[in-house]
Write a protein that binds this ligand. Sequence first.
Ligand SMILES: [Cu+2]
Length: 585
Amino acid sequence: MYSFSELLGLLVLSEILLICMAQNNVHYYDFVLKDTNFTKLCATKSIFAVNESFPGPVIRVHKGDTVYVNVYNQGTYGVTIHWHGIKQPRNPWFDGPEYITQCPIPAGTNFTYQVLLSSEEGTLFWHAHSDWTRATVHGAFVILPAEGTTYPFPKPDEEQVLVFASWYKEDVMTLLDEALRYGGLTTLSDSYAINGEPGDFYPCSRDTTYRMSVDYGKTYLLRIVNTVQNTEMFFAIADHNLTVVGWDGSYVKPLVCSYIMITPGQTMDVLVTANQSLGHYYMLASPYFDGQADDFDKSITSAIFQYNGNYTPPSSPVYPTNIPGFYDIGAATFYTSSLRSLATPEHPVDVPQNVSTRMYIAVSINMMKCPNASCAGPDGNRLSSGLNNISFANPSMDILQAYYRNISGYYDTNFPNRPPHVFNFTSEDLLTDNVTISDQGTRVKVLDYNATVEITFQGTNIMNSGENHPMHLHGFRFYVVGTGTGNFDKETDPLTYNLVDPPEANTVPVPKDGWATIRFIASNPGVWYMHCHFDRHMSWGMDTAFIVKNGGTEDSTLLPPPAYMPPCESDSLYGVRPSIFQKKE
Ligand SMILES: [Cu+2]
């Protein structure tokens, strides 16, 4: 006969067992966000960071798992976190972009995100999605193959996360506030960083340069994340070839190259074998910029690929001769257009062959009129940006909530399928006519469930501001079926599409004076943000959102909202910015 306490013990034990079984493939993380001091570039400043680390903690799970992240906001203003590249099937409530799927988590409160993984495998990342908090609140999201499966390439001996970011000497939120208040250019970063360290080519940084120790003969999987604020990067390791095997949490056919180009919002999985003479080799991340404005931080961040063993260390690491220069459009374009999805039985593709919803979206930097020409942009106007000449304005209640609860007045559903003016988008003299002025609005595009969508993004050169734009879509992974230069020709350019093995991605570079076409199936009901992943372009309005309707069955219907969502009280630091956050009349 069992005693009462033994019975209780058994009961507790069996409950623990049950919970353990039920928690198979479920992970829990605590993110404590607060202001934390860091010293870089010879000065100490306080940044908003997760668990006192920059970059923040790595989330490490297997394909198909579920992750709960409890976010404690111990900062001074509202914030949200986005799980970049994770589709969150039917679950937009936890996607994260502020005023799109939720309002900010107020300072002093917490909110638990439920992150549902499905087909993602490889490297993604998480980051804050409020104003420019992404600058310091970010980290890698590693998704290993599902239990019992393996990589579609020989298993690497070891792996290494490399996160590229920007560092500003001044407070990032103050810089953004000033730029938006006066309507001029945003301040450039003071350095880039690899895993939080600027590297050897910046003052006061040599002692902390990030070093990756390697053993001769081993192959390493580099999980590369670009969360730089406003610049694409080339990356190379001196004397070592790179083999790209993954892009945005999806595998690609192995591509051997001497460098990669990676935009903000992109992630790349890259193999490198330590097969050179024992020594120290620089790993460089160097900016890529293809615009005429020449408005970018022209510095280079470095880390060191350092062999273990007995040898005399060189006075200086070997410098890569294989990294393209800042303005090398050819190198960037060649790299991006060389990527192909695996398209194997284990990693199949499902490229939509027919299109039911076609959109042509002009991506532009432009202006909004400023009263009395009192702003700091061109001709006293306010710098702006837009998609089809609509400069997106955040509503004061998130679009998801307004849509779900059928509350009118916060958004319109008339986002245009085509640009309002058709002209020579890539001309060199688009300076002062009406195409330079954008309308502000919160306009979204409504898609039927399972619509097959094609979007051609058209780069424009209004005010000579043409440059590469990394366009990012939430809630989906799309196929990049084509890209090219000049104005898109709807008769001839589609003949060049790759509908067999195009790469899958969540962020596509739209080249300066060129176009890029993506396709996806709208099989994820919800509200999904789409925006340029340069934060300054996003803040200026290069954004819109899709509402994907329910499909009529339980499996194609939005999951119900959680019991608690952060309240919409405009408690963001910038809640006072009237042109952006006021309720539309
Ligand atoms: Cu952009």
